[in-house]
Design a protein around this ligand. Structure first.
Ligand SMILES: O=C(O)CCC(=O)C(=O)O
Ligand SMILES: [Fe+2]
Length: 207
């Protein structure tokens, strides 16, 4: 009985991924969009703990993307084929590829991990424009774990910014011309927030 109870408990506790068909596509303008699936990664507390403690986090205060930006956060980048630090990250990549490859035309292959230790960690306005994304449409899928933070969007040629809140387990997929014609950022917050980890999946040759 003891064994049965603990196996039931484990099953209920095991991380699961929701249905991507339920995604909601929000158009930032006629050609840039963001898909959202709140709570896509369910039961991911354990994944968050593992990543917090086992990823070889590195500090990043340097030039990135196409401008000099202050990047107070920790990061770790996993190239195509490199072992990921938790099996759920592999499941996520496979499910995202399965769902989006028909539209995207290729698989997600890299995983960039970022750790925002508290509200004073952030990433400044930028587009993921290293590589083909400078000139062609692509998708960047972001899974957010831990404390909720805003992901904000601003048209590069000026205009109103938009934002969405990403909480524990939420998925946001930036697509269309989003990297070319819009910038995005995770602003600092004065709210007392704990750590947040974001996992960004990208296609080959885009960063
Ligand atoms: O942490 C996030 O949600 C966004 C990260 C990001 O934009 C990047 O690393 O390129
Ligand atoms: Fe980015």
């Amino acid at each position: 009985m003891q064994a049965l109870q603990s196996s039931l408990f484990d099953t209920a506790d095991a991380p699961t991924l929701g249905d991507l068909q339920s995604r909601h596509r929000r158009y930032l303008d006629g050609s840039a969009w963001v898909d959202q699936v709140p709570g896509w990664a369910c039961g991911a507390d354990d994944v968050l703990e593992t990543l917090l403690h086992e990823v070889p986090w590195r500090s990043e205060r340097r030039t990135m993307y196409d401008s000099v930006v202050d990047v107070p956060r920790l990061t770790c980048f996993y190239s195509a084929g490199e072992a990921l630090p938790h099996p759920m990250l592999v499941d996520m990549r496979e499910r995202l590829t399965e769902h989006y490859a028909p539209e995207l035309g290729e698989p997600f292959v890299t995983a960039g991990l970022c750790l925002y230790r508290d509200g004073s960690d952030s990433v400044a306005w930028h587009g993921d424009r290293i590589g083909r994304s400078r000139t062609a449409d692509t998708m960047v899928a972001i899974v957010s774990l831990g404390s909720a933070r805003h992901l904000t969007f601003r048209p590069r040629d000026g205009g109103r910014s938009q934002r969405l809140s990403l909480g524990h387990g939420d998925l946001a997929v930036m697509g269309g011309a989003c990297q070319r014609t819009w910038d995005h950022s995770v602003p600092k917050t004065s709210a007392a927030v704990g750590p947040r980890i974001s996992i960004q999946y990208r296609v080959a040759g885009v960063r």
